[in-house]
Design a protein around this ligand. Structure first.
Ligand code: FMN
Length: 162
């Protein structure tokens, strides 16, 4: 099974989780970049404004030609919803693979109902697995058990679906 991890990270927490997932699943990974949101105060302000407006900014990432068997998409939570660059990414995918997992990082504790509802809308269905972690836990390396649970959920879905 070929997996791909695609993620956006402004300050590094989601990147850490993405890297751990890619290593665990031997997946290729692609980072979404977006010029609009720098790491300073202006970038933070722009990020908040984009969440409020539900913006879909221009993004770049390594667009692979083929569809993987399993797609894992990572996003920070911005004002309760997914980060604008991930909204752009999910909006431009017309053909999702059968198995899709979403992973979120945030400063506050999950759940993030608005983010989950938006993911469902953009995917056209609920993801097969959802992992929501606090950034401080990811930065401290406290994510291995959660990653295992997340991947187990994905695998279970595959067993039921096949
Ligand atoms: C504009 C903005 C809004 C945010 N809103 C929330 C929020 O509503 N709830 C929360 O728990 N964290 C919020 N955060 C914190 C981020 O979700 C958290 O720092 C995340 O792990 C950052 O991921 P990154 O390091 O990959 O960019 C917000 C951060 C930004 C920049």
């Amino acid at each position: 099974m070929r997996s791909r991890v695609v993620y956006y990270s402004r300050t590094g927490a989601t990147r850490l989780l993405a890297e751990a997932l890619a290593a665990r699943t031997v997946a290729e990974s692609a980072e979404i970049t977006c010029a609009r949101y720098g790491t300073g105060l202006w970038g933070w302000f722009q990020a908040g404004r984009s969440s409020w407006r539900r913006d879909r900014p221009a993004i770049t990432y390594d667009r692979a030609d083929d569809t993987p068997d399993c797609l894992l998409v990572g996003s920070p939570v911005w004002s309760g919803v997914i980060a604008a660059p991930v909204r752009s990414y999910l909006s431009e995918i017309s053909d999702f693979p059968e198995r899709v997992g979403l992973f979120l990082t945030s400063e506050g504790p999950p759940p993030h109902p608005e983010a989950e509802a938006e993911i469902k809308t953009l995917l056209g269905r609920a993801p097969d697995a959802l992992l929501a972690m606090r950034a401080e836990d990811v930065r401290a390396g406290r994510h291995m058990d959660e990653i295992d649970d997340f991947l187990r959920d994905l695998a279970m879905h595959a067993a039921i679906g096949s």
